[in-house]
Structure formats: structure tokens, C-alpha cells
Design a protein around this ligand. Structure first.
Ligand code: NDP
Length: 247
């Protein structure tokens, strides 16, 4: 019996990076079924093939979280296959970095639409299910950039918005046994991190007491804890996962 036994989850952006690692961690922790909503169909094919037999527990759904109609359909598919959604992880996220005075409108819109409106779409269709069953665990993936990071005004605004969204949903959902938390990772070694210029990483490393970057499994373990009943009296929190770095 794992700590997620008997539970069904939706994980967005689960085709690679932190999201893929969360899916794998959920499977290790005994999840009954997990719908993976991912933009890139090829990543989904690869995920299922990499998982082998345990891939039977995974429902791959190609979906752009910024598109409400696609999210509505995807949540319906997950419910049709699994019968419920107990856990939602809003992980899909993108960056389009530039200094604010040079930032194009479409860079602002793209980031806010995926990182903040995406979780809004998911919650819009998942929270009624959780309210009906009087059980839900939502984990949103924010970022330490929420506290301010030059070159990321769009990303920081979206991730800070996600913290306020989390804390509000926690207050509203509590009476229905819906627990909502977020994590705010620092630099984690994934494809997203590959976009960050080396000189920024070198400078940033000096501010990390552990003197190294984080790994996706170090985020996934915290997400699995917050999604489980081990965290049954923790709600509305933002757990910073940054090797001790303060912002
Ligand atoms: P990756 O870029 O490695 O993975 C993100 C995944 O989300 C990709 O599979 C991507 O698909 C998918 N995705 C992007 N846009 C959409 C969309 N519109 N709909 C559905 N899926 C989408 O990023 P990470 O794993 O590094 O990041 C995961 C989360 O963690 C993000 O929210 C990020 O902001 C956050 N985070 C990451 C940090 C880091 O240092 N890596 C630090 C702090 C927070 P595709 O490849 O096709 O775009």
C-alpha cells in the first residue's frame, strides 16, 4: 500500500521534466490511475513506452491547458476512465523571458495563459467534482520567481498569481475537504532551466546554501507528500524548494 493507493490524479505538463517525474513518483507511491495532460503528443507516446507495463495506469491526453474547451474535454475523459479526480497537479508552465521594457505583448499573454489561466481552467472543471465527493488535493507548481526576478515579469506575475489562487482556493475548499497547496522551486535541472544563461546560473549558485541546482525528483517527492493524506492538515501553503536560497 503506497500513500496514494486508491487515488486518481490529473497531472498537467507530465510529458517531461518535473511533470514526468511527478507522474513516476505517483506511480511508485501507489496511485491507482493518472491522466497526463500534455501539449506535445510525441512526449506522451514516449512516456507510455518508457513506463512499460505500469503505463496501463496512465491515461495520456493531448491537451493545451490554455485552451478551455480542450481542458473541459480532457477532464471529462479522465472522469470517464477513472470515475473521479482526487488529485490535481497544475504543473504545465512556460517561460518567455525578457526585460519588461522590451517584452512583447504576446510573450506576456502566452505565459499568463499557460501558467495562470491553465490552472484556472483545470480548477474550473475539477473543483466541482472534488466538492461533490468532499475530497480533493490540489498542488500548484509556482516558482521562487514569484517573489521577483529580473527578466521574468510575465512569469513572476503568473507564478505569484498562482500563490494567491492557491491560498484562496484553500480557504474556499477547506469545508469540503479540498486541500490546496503550492510548491515554489528554485532552479531545477530540466529543459526549462536550459534556457537560462550560464552567467545567471553561476551567479545564482553562489546564493544557494546547498551549492547545487535541484533535481526534478526533489520537487516530485514534496508534491507527492502534499497530494497524500500525510499532509491532511496542511493547506494554503507555499513550500519553497530551493536548496535553502532565499529570494
Ligand atoms: P519543462 O519545460 O521541462 O516541462 C514543462 C512541460 O509542460 C512540457 O512537457 C511542456 O510541453 C508542457 N507544457 C507547456 N505548455 C503546455 C500547455 N499549454 N499545455 C500542456 N502542457 C504544456 O519544464 P519544467 O519541468 O522545468 O517545469 C515544470 C513546472 O515547474 C513549470 O510550471 C515551471 O514553471 C515550474 N518551475 C520550474 C523550475 C525549473 O527550474 N525548472 C523552477 C521553478 C518552477 P512542451 O515541451 O510541448 O512545451
Amino acid at each position: 500500500m503506497g500513500k496514494l493507493s486508491g487515488k486518481y490524479a490529473i497531472v498537467t505538463g507530465g510529458g517531461k521534466g518535473i511533470g514526468e517525474t511527478i507522474v513516476n513518483r505517483f506511480l511508485v507511491d501507489g496511485i491507482e490511475g493518472v491522466a497526463v495532460l500534455e501539449y506535445d503528443g510525441k512526449l506522451l507516446e514516449q512516456l507510455i513506452s518508457d513506463l512499460g507495463e505500469v503505463g496501463d495506469k496512465v491515461l495520456p491526453i493531448q491537451c493545451d491547458v490554455s485552451n478551455e474547451a480542450q481542458v473541459k474535454t480532457a477532464v471529462a475523459q479522465a472522469v470517464e476512465r477513472f470515475g473521479s479526480v482526487d488529485i490535481l497537479v497544475n504543473n504545465a508552465g512556460i517561460t518567455r523571458d525578457s526585460m519588461f521594457h522590451k517584452m512583447a505583448d504576446d510573450a506576456w499573454d502566452a505565459v499568463v495563459n499557460v501558467n495562470l489561466k491553465g490552472p484556472y481552467h483545470l480548477c474550473k472543471y475539477v473543483i466541482p467534482i472534488m466538492r461533490n465527493q468532499a475530497y480533493g488535493r490540489i498542488v500548484n507548481i509556482s516558482s521562487v520567481s514569484a517573489f521577483g526576478n529580473a527578466g521574468q515579469a510575465n512569469y513572476a506575475a503568473s507564478k505569484a498569481g498562482l500563490i494567491g489562487f492557491t491560498k484562496t482556493l484553500a480557504k474556499e475548499g477547506g469545508p469540503k475537504n479540498i486541500i490546496v497547496n503550492c510548491v515554489a522551486p528554485g532552479y531545477i535541472e530540466t529543459d526549462m532551466y536550459n534556457n537560462v544563461p550560464q552567467e545567471i546560473i553561476t551567479e545564482h549558485m553562489k546564493l544557494i546554501p546547498l551549492r547545487r541546482l535541484g533535481q526534478p525528483n526533489e520537487v516530485a517527492s514534496a508534491v507527492s507528500f502534499l497530494a497524500s493524506d500525510d499532509a491532511s492538515f496542511i493547506s494554503g501553503q507555499c513550500l519553497i524548494i530551493s536548496g535553502g536560497a532565499t529570494t
